[in-house]
Design a protein around this ligand. Structure first.
Ligand code: DQA
Length: 140
């Protein structure tokens, strides 16, 4: 069974509370349950990791080397700023799918550029929680 690491970046732990008009009313626990149920039904093994800290996300990506077959990452605000996360993904060279709950192409100009997109095999945006299921299915 393939092992997939799902990484969620800063402020995604505040789903439900955070800008519900953009991110919806369901909370972070509901997202984790959705991801675990999706993985179960797709026949994938999944581990979920969330951090508000760029370096912790870099550490987790480094530790994924030789352990995980794929990464699903919503780098949140670090999408638009983090060369370090891009470099970590390139270093471990694990196939990666990028997910955004909102459609970042329809929002502020600064959200249109993604460093992670320079490595990710696929980017899914604007599909809410369902985007994570689509990202997991990439690894089938
Ligand atoms: C996000 C979009 C980012 O621009 C934002 O900083 C986030 C969440 C999304 O899931 O839509 O924190 O990655």
């Amino acid at each position: 069974m393939k092992k997939i690491l799902v990484i969620n970046g800063p402020n995604l732990n505040l789903l439900g509370l955070r800008e519900p008009a953009i991110y919806g009313n369901r909370d972070f626990n509901a997202l984790i349950e959705f991801i675990k149920e999706s993985a179960r039904s797709l026949g994938l093994q999944v581990e979920c990791f969330q951090s508000n800290h760029e370096g912790a996300i870099v550490d987790k990506i480094q530790q994924a080397y030789g352990v995980f077959d794929g990464i699903v990452i919503n780098p949140a605000a670090y999408t638009h700023t983090s060369v370090a996360i891009l470099d970590a993904l390139k270093a471990v060279a694990i196939p990666t799918v990028e997910v955004h709950i909102s459609d970042v192409s329809e929002r502020e100009e600064f959200r249109r550029h993604s460093f992670v997109s320079l490595y990710a095999a696929k980017t899914i945006m604007g599909k809410g929680f369902d985007g994570y299921r689509e990202a997991l299915s990439f690894f089938l």
